[in-house]
Design a protein around this ligand. Structure first.
Ligand code: AMP
Ligand code: MG
Length: 319
């Protein structure tokens, strides 16, 4: 009898730390809603990890004047933080792998467009061409301690920074011993472990053509990041034409690759983030070829014609 009691007590304690209701917390950083759903964690754990967002935003922001990125853009001589060096190195890596489809040095062009206020207009063609001439990832020179940009070149890490921050938040949570939960930075989702009942986390992929934010499909994911790039996420309309925020580094205009969204699943949210943006630029055929060439990377492509394409094994693994 005593043994049964002891067993029940252990089970009850396990439940308290794991199978009960998750702790949730929300914040706002990198211009998006950040939310945490954590099992076996305290509210203080959630708040501490949420606070990390602000610290990283202070480094990578393009709008905060004293961020590492703003100081680089101003041509200031200073020692960037280890995180900035690491993120820029990773961004440059993906630029190289994607042959420049992912271009973290497109800042001179992206700052001409305003996709966030909702009041954006198409910049003059001459300005786009001039900015394009100063863009391109080859303009980033890196050493172990310094980042050097060619004159006029500017970084825009908007296509990878959220993923990088999600990865660091995930690491911090694991260091606190939290082994189950979700980190969500405006749709860049990192799944930590699995749900306490042993099932995968159900991650919805938004319907690019719906206006209610309803999922078009659901993936079941353990221990991996799920990141979506979509042409519906930020845009403005002018003269009946929709201009969205993912730019073709060859033209400086919103890319028209026939894709509405690309969702990438892989271990690291930063990798997934960069690959998803690159795939939007590359289009279905080349994007699929990229994903298939990378180990441990899966993807779902949704075309403008509303067809869904999965990379090999994606459906079997995650549906
Ligand atoms: P994402 O939502 O991850 O696809 O990132 C889109 C953001 O990345 C944009 O809002 C820009 O800040 C930036 N961006 C736009 N086009 C590119 C590109 N071709 N390569 C890298 N970053 C880009
Ligand atoms: Mg991205």
């Amino acid at each position: 009898m005593r043994r049964i009691f002891a067993l029940l007590l252990v089970l009850a304690m396990l439940c308290l730390s794991g199978c009960g209701k998750p702790v949730t917390a929300q914040g706002f950083a990198m211009d998006t809603v950040v939310s945490l759903t954590l099992y076996g964690a305290s509210e203080a754990d959630a708040e501490n990890v949420l606070a990390l967002c602000e610290a990283y935003e202070a480094l990578f922001s393009r709008t905060q004047a004293d961020s590492d990125l703003s100081r680089l853009a101003a041509g200031e001589a200073f020692a960037p933080s280890a995180h900035t060096l690491r993120l820029v190195a990773l961004a440059r890596h993906w630029a190289e792998v994607t042959d420049g489809a992912f271009d973290p040095a497109l800042g001179a062009v992206t700052e001409l467009w305003d996709f966030t206020s909702g009041a954006g207009t198409v910049p003059p063609e001459t300005e786009i061409h001039a900015a394009l001439a100063q863009s391109g990832w080859e303009n980033i020179a890196l050493s172990d301690t310094a980042i050097t940009l060619a004159p006029g070149a500017k970084l825009d890490l908007g296509g990878i920074a959220k993923g990088y921050i999600a990865d660091r938040m995930g690491e911090a949570l694991r260091e606190e011993g939290i082994e189950s939960g979700l980190v969500n930075l405006g749709g860049d989702v990192l799944c930590i472990g699995e749900k306490p009942d042993g099932s995968g986390f159900a991650i919805g992929i938004q319907d690019p053509f719906g206006d209610t934010g309803e999922p078009i499909l659901i993936l079941h994911v353990r221990d991996a990041a799920v990141v979506t790039s979509g042409n519906y996420q930020r845009y403005f309309e002018q003269d009946g034409v929709r201009y969205h925020h993912i730019l073709n580094p060859e033209t400086g205009y919103p890319v028209q690759s026939g894709l509405a969204s690309v969702t990438v699943i892989t271990a690291s949210a930063a990798d997934a983030d960069a690959i998803a943006t690159a795939c939007m630029v590359l289009g279905l055929e080349q994007g699929m070829a990229l994903v298939e060439s990378l180990e441990g990377v899966w993807a779902v492509f949704i075309t403008e014609s509303q067809d869904i394409f999965y990379s090999a094994e994606t459906q079997a693994r995650f549906s």
